[in-house]
Design a protein around this ligand. Structure first.
Ligand code: CU
Length: 157
């Protein structure tokens, strides 16, 4: 085998797929669910709460979100629970893909503009323009949380 080929193979072998436990970047700015915006451009403000209930459910409230195509929304998201949670907006397919990845790599964190991970008591914001009409989804993709109730329909009309 030629040395240059060996070097190339070693290079591949030592590049882990998720070096930092994240999968940030690579999406580009525009996604099917919309594009990042600035808070100043938001025409709608909405408060989102990430919580656990006494009977073991984990919820994102409100349970459903409806917007108009072209609407820019400022989300103020608060983790009112006792566990770490996240808020991710995407297509159902993309959320399912991320969910499967997170089951494989539990320490993975979303570094994407359409997602926010919050410690208990923490509040953060996402400014977002819903550029395309469609049926999307918001969810917490930390393993087990989706199944416990942390997902809802996000409709852009
Ligand atoms: Cu969660």
């Amino acid at each position: 085998m030629k040395p240059v080929m060996i070097a190339a193979l070693l290079g591949l072998a030592t590049t882990p797929a998720f070096a930092e436990g994240t999968h940030g970047g690579g999406h580009g700015d525009a996604m099917e669910v919309g594009t990042p915006a600035t808070a100043q451009d938001a025409t709608t403000q909405i408060a989102v709460s990430l919580i656990e209930t006494d009977d073991g459910e984990m919820l994102i409230e409100p349970r459903q979100l409806d917007f108009k195509a072209g609407e820019t929304v400022l989300f103020t998201i608060t983790n009112n629970g006792e566990f770490e949670h996240e808020f991710v907006m995407d297509t159902l397919v993309k959320n399912a893909e991320h969910k499967a990845l997170m089951e494989e790599f539990p320490e993975m964190e979303h570094a994407d503009a359409n997602a926010l991970r919050l410690q208990p008591g923490e509040t953060g914001t996402i400014a977002w323009t819903f550029a395309n009409a469609g049926a999307f989804e918001f969810a917490c993709l930390i393993p087990g949380h989706y199944e416990s109730g942390m997902h809802g329909a996000l409709n852009v009309n």
